[in-house]
Write a protein that binds this ligand. Structure first.
Ligand code: ADP
Ligand code: MG
Length: 252
């Protein structure tokens, strides 16, 4: 997928407008909108069931939308003519469940999509995969199998695997929620490294320390709408919406 002609990097890299989405008669997104600029880190927080996962799945086309628009680099994600594979190369996604292939080594997991899906030459892919393993601070673990790695290490392999497709935007859906507390930090450090290099990142997370430190903007969702948003400096101290305040009082 190439950027829409006319799109320039000073325009939002992700633009979400008036998005509605129902599953049957359950309306999960009720008119959600926001813009993300290139290099920004956006955190989405909110209670379970409020539509956070659905929203980010819509951004890389895993979920269809009923109304509204989602553009990545100016291109409408839900245009039926859009090449979905190209979109998923451009927009990487990491889930809570890392789902690595257990019978492949860490390095092989990272190499798999570029070799099998993109048909890129193996030697080239391997050289890049080794660099990505180093980037996620897993140098020396290339030949370990997922079962030999901690949850945090496996999640970092999953991040490297996603980066192997060379995305412009990364989506993270509660990637630390299933991890032991001692390995949460190493995954957050990896994401912080990516952000520092200028990667555009959208994260659904309840790691408030991370959000406070790294996010450019925080969105709070409840029952399918964004009820509050702001930069971290004001979001945590000046939240006006009672639901946001209650949520924050439970987790801070
Ligand atoms: P969150 O990530 O904030 O916890 P989700 O986006 O996962 O929220 O879910 C929001 C609502 O959408 C929930 O009521 C959930 O049951 C429903 N939902 C999510 N995915 C599906 C699906 N594929 N089919 C039917 N209902 C779904
Ligand atoms: Mg979710």
């Amino acid at each position: 997928m190439t950027a829409e002609p006319g799109w320039t990097p000073d325009q939002p890299i992700v633009s979400v407008k008036g998005v509605r989405k129902s599953f049957g008669d359950n309306e999960v997104l009720k008119g959600v909108g926001f813009d993300v600029m290139k290099g920004e880190v956006i955190c989405i927080i909110g209670p379970s069931g409020s539509g956070k996962s659905t929203l980010i799945r819509c951004i890389n086309g895993l979920n269809e939308i009923d109304e509204g628009s989602i553009k990545v680099e100016g291109q409408e994600v839900h245009d039926p003519a859009l090449d979905k594979l190209a979109l998923r190369r451009k927009v990487g996604m990491v889930f809570q469940q890392y789902n690595l292939f257990p019978h492949k080594t860490a390095l092989e997991n990272v190499m798999m999509a570029p070799v099998l899906v993109l048909k890129q030459p193996k030697a080239e892919v391997e050289a890049r995969a080794r660099k990505l393993m180093a980037k996620v601070r897993l140098e020396g673990k290339e030949h370990q199998y997922p079962g030999e790695l901690s949850g945090g290490q496996q999640q970092r392999v999953a991040i490297a695997r996603s980066l192997a497709m060379n995305p412009d935007v990364m989506l993270f859906d509660e990637v630390t929620a299933a991890l032991d507390p001692e390995t949460v930090k190493e995954v957050l450090v990896t994401i912080k490294d990516l952000a520092a290099e200028g990667m555009t990142c959208l994260l659904v997370t309840h790691e408030m320390g991370f959000a406070r430190e790294v996010a450019d903007h925080i969105y709070f969702t409840d029952r399918g709408v964004i009820v509050e948003h702001g930069p971290p400096e004001t979001f945590f101290t000046e939240a006006r919406d009672p639901r946001t305040r209650e949520f924050l009082s439970q987790i801070l």
